[in-house]
Design a protein around this ligand. Structure first.
Ligand SMILES: NC(=O)c1ccc[n+]([C@@H]2O[C@H](COP(=O)([O-])OP(=O)(O)OC[C@H]3O[C@@H](n4cnc5c(N)ncnc54)[C@H](OP(=O)(O)O)[C@@H]3O)[C@@H](O)[C@H]2O)c1
Length: 393
């Protein structure tokens, strides 16, 4: 797409003047109609006239994900008529600046949703349970980043590149998947479509920003204390995270797995539409600021081929192959912080399984695992005319 800016393309349905590529599925352009051009977005080959603008709210705007939501809604030129920021009463009146946007935080209360078209919730499952239903009753579509509604049969759980068609059936709430699951499936879905996924094992290497803004501060403080010879203080995690690994993400269940590990199983089944998929994961918190990594061992129904696997991943939107072991090239978290695409490398036959592949996946969990996926959902809903609470809900 390089060098396309300003070019005019003639198509059977009209003329387009291309202005900017926002993402693999989103272009800003002028569409030629009789009497001139109108400006809008082309999302997945659908045109949204910019005259349709939306009143958007972010619940949890002071948090790690909230910050990225502000950045992405403004940078990707989502058709905003207003962007309002909400958090707890503690943050009321706080001014937040992200890029060229400045806004003042308001307390998240039921009545604020009366005047919003869509709200992205990023304030934890308790707040989502307390306020999402209220928002929908007041005519506001909710895109929820928490785990509150993900496994609710009436709520679509969506990664637009994988199951965007599920958005059409929403009843006011759309759930955003768990961050590790979203990044894993971006690498696995193209392989599933090529070879038929039967089961996978994964070990995660999860960045501290996955726990939120306080965990970033804890890692930074512990590194500083270590360098200066002071004592490490732990408040977010039960043990020091600096220079350490914690095989413990979210709380433990009776069977020995953690809730985070079970999200990988349950959410993968729902998103891929594979109720019998078998998944076993060990989730590990690592002293990385941003971007999750995963070692995945996947077994398929049909015989696998490494070159076909590379080709399938390479042409899947939102993912890229970085796999040149001879040149020490593989995806790493430092390269994927603030990047839209997830990276897949170390693609090889699994030596322990018949139709198996071993892969390494990295992605920015604050983006594809949370804020970017949520904004893409809002874009898709707007493009398909579904950014409204359906009648009768
Ligand atoms: N971090 C990630 O990578 C990631 C990925 C996927 C999903 N998520 C999910 O996204 C959500 C937010 O995560 P985060 O990492 O951004 O956490 P965070 O940095 O700790 O931010 C939490 C946000 O929630 C707000 N909040 C807390 N109590 C509230 C209340 N009573 N009413 C309204 N707002 C309240 C906080 O506002 P105050 O500043 O006023 O306390 C803050 O804005 C969680 O549900 C998390 O599971 C996070």
């Amino acid at each position: 797409m390089r060098g396309f800016q300003g070019k005019t393309l003639g198509t059977p349905i009209g003329r387009y003047r291309l202005l900017q590529k926002n993402s693999p599925s989103s272009l800003l352009l002028d569409f030629g109609r009789a009497g001139g051009f109108v400006r809008g977005f082309l999302f997945n080959r659908r045109f949204i006239h910019l005259a349709t603008q939306y009143k958007v709210g972010i619940v949890g705007a002071t948090g790690a994900v909230g910050h990225e939501l502000i950045r992405l809604f403004t940078d990707r030129r989502f058709p905003l008529s207003s962007l309002r920021l909400f958090a707890s009463a503690r943050s009321t009146g706080r001014e937040i600046q992200v890029g060229g946007f400045t806004g003042t935080v308001e307390e998240a209360k039921p009545e604020v949703f009366d005047d919003l078209d869509v709200a992205v919730f990023s304030a934890g499952a308790g707040i989502s349970r307390a306020l999402a239903g209220e928002a929908v009753r007041r005519g506001c579509v909710v895109i929820d980043n928490s785990s509150a509604f993900r496994m609710d049969n009436a709520v679509p759980l969506v990664i637009p590149e994988i199951n965007g068609e599920a958005l059409a059936s929403h009843k006011g709430i759309v759930a955003n998947p768990n961050c590790s699951t979203a990044i894993t499936l971006m690498g696995l879905c193209p392989l599933h479509r090529e070879f038929g996924l039967r089961r996978f094992y994964a070990a995660t290497y999860q960045a501290v920003s996955g726990t939120g803004a306080a965990a970033i501060r804890e890692l930074e403080a512990q590194v500083k204390a270590h360098v200066e010879g002071g004592a490490s203080e732990c408040s977010v995690y039960p043990h020091p995270i600096a220079f350490n690994l914690l095989p413990h993400v979210d709380s433990f269940l009776d069977d020995g797995y953690t809730k985070e590990e079970m999200k990988m199983l349950n959410e993968s089944r729902k998103i891929l539409g594979l109720p019998d998929l078998r998944v076993s994961t060990t989730c590990v918190r690592v002293p990385v600021i941003r971007a999750h990594s995963l070692a995945v061992f996947a077994e398929f129904d049909r015989p696998v081929d490494v070159e076909r696997a590379r080709a399938a991943i390479g042409k899947f939107p939102g993912v890229e192959v970085v796999d040149e072991p001879a040149n020490n090239r593989y995806p790493m978290p430092l390269d994927y912080a603030g990047k839209e695409k997830c990276g897949v490398g170390r693609i090889r036959r699994d030596a322990a399984s018949e139709n198996g592949l071993a892969i390494w996946i990295v992605g920015d969990q604050l983006w594809k695992g949370a804020a970017l996926n949520a904004v893409q959902i809002a874009e898709e809903l707007a493009a398909s005319g579904h950014l409204r609470v359906p009648a009768g809900v």
